[in-house]
Design a binder for this molecule. Structure first.
Ligand code: HEC
Length: 168
């Protein structure tokens, strides 16, 4: 092995490291919303089905969805907010399959997540917004939480930006 390739390899390694450090510095540390492990064991708030073009959100949110809240956020969900830091809400969207006069749950389209941390997510009402495609824990959908999510949730400012509440 000659000295030149070895030097080149070391230089490439250094550049790669510098690039990944720059990428880490660019994202606000800890701002990423974690995948909500175990949310199917949380409290179910409500469900809804959007099944035709008559609904304006059919393209984006068509299907059967269920909304869950973790233990930290449950009291606030019952009261209509405000939610303490650590509260997490999940919007679990499944395809709606129609047959024999019934709609049944199909494949998961995505889960939407709202995670409250007033310090990390001050610009979006204290909520971090993320969506995970299908059943994946690593296929993140949200590039711009303000434009893709918060602009709509903003209409619910009186309820801490949350639409759902606990259905008895
Ligand atoms: C055009 C409006 C709109 C946009 C955009 C939107 N949402 Fe929502 N979202 C809603 C509505 C309406 C509900 C309530 C659904 C129901 O009543 O069952 C909701 C519910 C939710 C919930 C359950 C908690 C709650 O507020 O009821 C989460 C979590 C959520 N959305 C996450 C997201 C994420 C993440 C994005 C961006 C990828 C997003 N939403 C974009 C309208 C929107």
């Amino acid at each position: 092995v000659s000295r030149v390739p070895r030097f080149a390899a070391a230089a490439i390694a250094a550049i790669t490291l510098a690039a990944s450090l720059a990428a880490v510095a660019a994202a606000p540390r800890g701002a990423a919303v974690a995948y909500p492990e175990g949310y199917r064991e949380w409290t179910h708030l409500k469900s809804m089905a959007i099944v035709s073009q008559e609904h304006p959100l059919f393209e984006a949110f068509g299907g059967i969805h269920h909304v869950y809240v973790n233990r930290k956020g449950l009291a606030a969900a019952r009261a209509g907010g405000p939610y303490p830091d650590g509260s997490v809400l999940v919007f679990d969207l499944l395809a709606a399959e129609r047959a024999d006069g019934a709609y049944t749950e199909g494949a998961r389209r995505f889960i939407g997540v709202m995670a409250k941390d007033r310090r990390l997510h001050a610009a979006t009402g204290g909520w971090g917004f993320e969506a995970f495609e299908g059943d994946a824990r690593d296929r993140r959908v949200v590039k711009d939480a303000a434009a893709q999510c918060f602009h709509c949730h903003q209409s619910r400012a009186a309820n801490d930006f949350v639409f759902s509440s606990y259905r008895r």
